[in-house]
Design a binder for this molecule. Structure first.
Ligand SMILES: *Cc1c(COP(=O)(O)O)cnc(C)c1O
Length: 395
């Protein structure tokens, strides 16, 4: 079998063996329903409480402010829809950005169809929200600001603390989609004035299908999944005990290793960026040069199609992404790349490579070597490139 070089850690990550090991007994041994009263359910109940505690601590939150969900998408839906419903007497205006994940953008569209008004803020060329435009967008009927902590495509980290301060000053609730950021950058919900925060286990080496929504004490929020009395009557459905235990374990490890892990990723990421920009002509880095996730590199290569690049990388065993996984299959270029001002034809030639601490320098070098050949080959077949070179012979 050819080697696998997995450079799509923004799409999902490998579940750590320690996490799987921690989960297993909750399938086969401690399988009791955590809501049951008998002694047999005490262990699953205890394990969920412990995971909640670990997660709360990682955010500087209280454990009764953590509500487990099935994942980031559910948490985003819950935060927006139930806040909109609970606060609509105050107003029906929501502020978000043009670069959010579709879990936010499509939920906003849903709310627009139900009479809410949404302002989608522009970002600058690096993907950073403009604070003065945020201030200007605030109206007396604004009830919620939702800005992602870090962008899943270009890796840009937003000025969350400043945004939180603005929200607080105006008495507006602040939600952040921190699916890419939690356990990758330090987060404290009090320091950043965050009222709600979404996260997902599978983006930090935990299992798929488990997430949480942090909801600050005192917020009016309604249950989103109607059913039993689980999660303090706010989220019905038998708890995913094993998933929650795995999430807790993944957070415990990720928090303990954050500094060393991100330093390692950053060294490899910087090497990757440096080589690509130096060795491949007509390439640019998308996203912020320094305020970006330690594992994210996103490039645009002129005169080629991202999809063709992905297929050719795949033939070498390299997994990358173009646009975002959720939009693959559609021919529209990424909404994030368009929002940072890339023209359609350049946005089409984008490639996202997201590393992990398990990535090696050898894998990075091999990937750049392949990429150079692939870009050259694709350009040799591109009439646009040929045209350009004819017009600019000195290049
Ligand atoms: C992956 C992702 C989500 C969705 O999370 P799921 O757990 O896969 O539903 C939401 N927002 C961002 C920024 C993401 O990267």
């Amino acid at each position: 079998m050819k080697q696998l070089i997995y450079l799509d850690n923004a799409a999902t990550t490998k579940t750590r063996p320690e996490v799987v090991e921690a989960m297993l007994p909750y399938f086969t041994e401690y399988y009791g329903n955590p809501s049951s009263v008998y002694e047999f359910s005490a262990e699953p109940k205890r394990a969920i409480a412990q995971a909640r505690e670990t997660i709360a601590k990682a955010l500087g939150a209280k454990s009764n402010e953590i509500y487990f969900t099935y994942g980031g998408t559910e948490s985003d839906n819950w935060a927006l829809i139930s806040t909109a419903e609970a606060y609509q007497a105050k107003g029906k205006h929501i502020i978000t950005t043009k670069i959010e994940h579709h879990a936010i953008l499509h939920t906003c569209e849903y709310l627009e169809q139900r009479g809410f008004e949404v302002t989608y803020l522009d970002v600058d060329e690096f993907g950073v929200v403009k604070l003065d435009e945020l201030e200007k967008a605030i109206r007396p009927d604004t009830i919620l600001i939702s800005v992602m902590f870090a962008n899943n495509e270009i890796g840009t980290i937003e000025p969350i603390k400043e945004i939180g301060e603005i929200a607080k000053k105006h008495g507006i609730l602040f939600h952040t989609d921190a699916v890419q950021a939690f356990c990758h950058v330090p987060i404290n919900v009090d320091e950043c004035h965050i009222d709600m925060l979404s996260s997902s286990a599978h983006k930090l080496n935990g299992p798929k299908g488990t997430g949480f929504l942090y909801i600050r004490t005192g917020l009016k929020t309604r249950s989103f999944i109607h059913g039993g009395a689980q999660e303090r009557k706010r989220r019905g459905g038998t708890e995913n005990t094993a998933g929650i235990v795995g999430f807790g374990k993944a957070v415990e490890i990720a928090m303990a290793t954050m500094e060393e892990r991100t330093a390692k990723e950053k060294a490899m990421r910087d090497h990757l960026i440096e080589r690509v920009l130096k060795e491949i002509p007509f390439a640019r880095l998308n996203g912020h040069p320094s305020q970006r996730l330690s594992n994210n590199a996103n490039f645009a290569f002129q005169f080629i199609e991202g999809e063709s690049m992905l297929i050719m990388l795949d033939m070498e065993g390299i997994c990358g992404s173009s646009g975002s996984a959720c939009t693959s299959g559609s021919l529209d270029p990424s909404h994030v790349l368009l929002a940072i001002g890339l023209p359609h034809e350049i946005a089409h030639g984008s490639l996202r490579l997201t590393l992990s601490a398990e990535t090696t320098m050898e894998q990075i070098d091999f990937t750049v070597d392949c990429l150079k050949k692939i870009v050259e080959r694709l350009r040799s077949m591109s009439p646009l490139y040929e045209d350009y070179i004819k017009k600019h012979p000195q290049q």
